[in-house]
Design a protein around this ligand. Structure first.
Ligand SMILES: Cc1cc2nc3c(=O)[nH]c(=O)nc-3n(C[C@H](O)[C@H](O)[C@H](O)COP(=O)(O)OP(=O)(O)OC[C@H]3O[C@@H](n4cnc5c(N)ncnc54)[C@H](O)[C@@H]3O)c2cc1C
Length: 309
């Protein structure tokens, strides 16, 4: 089997999520990497060092600059003439590209795989992660997205392969890039943070969330997450959301504060190595998955904890 892994990047460096996808792809077969962007040769050279890669295909075109899925999908579908499986990390952009590739190839997509059990057999979560299905594809070509927390990251150093230039149809004329607003933060990114402090509806409003959660996160050099209730109520931006419709995280330590533990929230964090919950309701479902639970009023417990640290 010959796999093609889409390299996620910002035209400057390879995103971490790519490395887990490379590990998954190497369990399926030989790995070629696709770097599609604009002015992104440095990314291709960085990708060429990823351990396990066979070669790097570089598609450098202004049409690919902003990762528009409408432009990338035809390029990838064309390159699939020489590959058996397309593999992308199950990130926001990866999940935007892969289904379009599957549609162009007229195959089904296998989403969010947790393990590779055979050439075309995978496990994947269903029912918000409450059951794990083993699925086998009957299609000739595979399109697979990879849950980053389920695979070790391939080493970013150690490889040294060639970079080959390729081209595709370019601008499909279906969409155009208008603008983007990127939140600047010194904090570790949620999906790669070792420690996450997450707040829920109990934090009342944006100001209180900031006053209670941020000092603790600062002390622990932690990423900040939130439940959907906290996001919907406007305490924090959307990209803080952890869960079924948010980000899937698996840090060493996840601290859930004033979060009840609805299954949709658990779907995004229950693989964390150590889960600590602070909730005033001793029957809150979060305590069923917590390794350490504190039944307490967060407004007393969290400032105390922050001070003692
Ligand atoms: C299709 C679908 C997708 C969804 N996706 C997501 C998702 O991705 N992520 C997600 O999080 N949710 C998701 N949800 C929503 C989910 O069902 C819950 O509604 C949500 O997670 C609840 O958030 P919460 O725990 O902050 O609020 P609540 O359930 O209201 O819990 C608040 C908790 O705070 C505790 N509390 C209150 N005051 C204090 C205090 N002073 N001190 C200590 N504890 C206190 C309470 O005891 C309670 O347990 C989804 C729902 C649906 C239907």
């Amino acid at each position: 089997m010959k796999t093609l892994v889409w390299v996620e990047h910002d035209n400057a460096s390879v995103a971490d999520a790519t490395l887990a996808a490379v590990t998954a792809a190497s369990k399926i077969g030989d790995v070629d990497l696709l770097v599609a962007g604009s002015g992104c040769r440095a990314v291709a050279e960085e990708a060429a060092k990823i351990e396990g890669a066979g070669k790097v295909l570089l598609a450098d075109d202004t049409a690919y600059k902003n990762g528009l899925a409408e432009n990338l999908a035809p390029l990838i579908a064309g390159l699939m003439a020489d590959h058996d499986a397309f593999v992308a990390p199950a990130t926001t952009t990866g999940k935007n590209i892969a289904p379009r590739v599957a549609a162009l190839l007229d195959v089904m997509q296998v989403s969010d795989i947790l393990s590779v059990e055979g050439d075309k057999t995978f496990t994947r979560p269903i029912y918000a992660g409450n059951a794990i299905a083993t699925v086998e594809s009957g299609d000739e070509k595979l399109v697979v997205t990879v849950r980053g927390t389920a695979f070790d990251k391939a080493s970013a150093e150690g490889g040294s392969v060639s970079v080959e230039e390729v081209s595709g149809p370019g601008d499909a004329g279906l969409s155009s890039f208008v603008s983007q607003e990127i939140a600047e933060s010194d904090r570790p990114e949620l999906t790669s943070a070792k420690v996450i402090v997450s707040g829920g509806r109990a934090l009342k409003d944006a100001e209180t969330f900031e006053q209670v959660i941020t000092p603790l996160a600062d002390k622990l050099n932690a990423g900040i997450g939130a439940s959907r209730a906290a996001v919907d109520a406007g305490y924090v931006p959307n990209d803080y959301q952890v869960g079924q419709t948010g980000k899937i995280v698996a840090p060493d330590v996840y601290i859930a504060i004033g979060i009840s533990g609805a299954i949709q929230h658990l779907a995004g964090m229950k693989d964390s190595k150590t889960i600590i919950a602070i909730n005033k309701d001793e029957d809150a479902p979060i305590f069923q998955v917590a390794d350490i639970g504190l039944v307490a009023d967060l407004y007393k417990a969290v400032p105390e904890l922050t001070e003692k640290l």
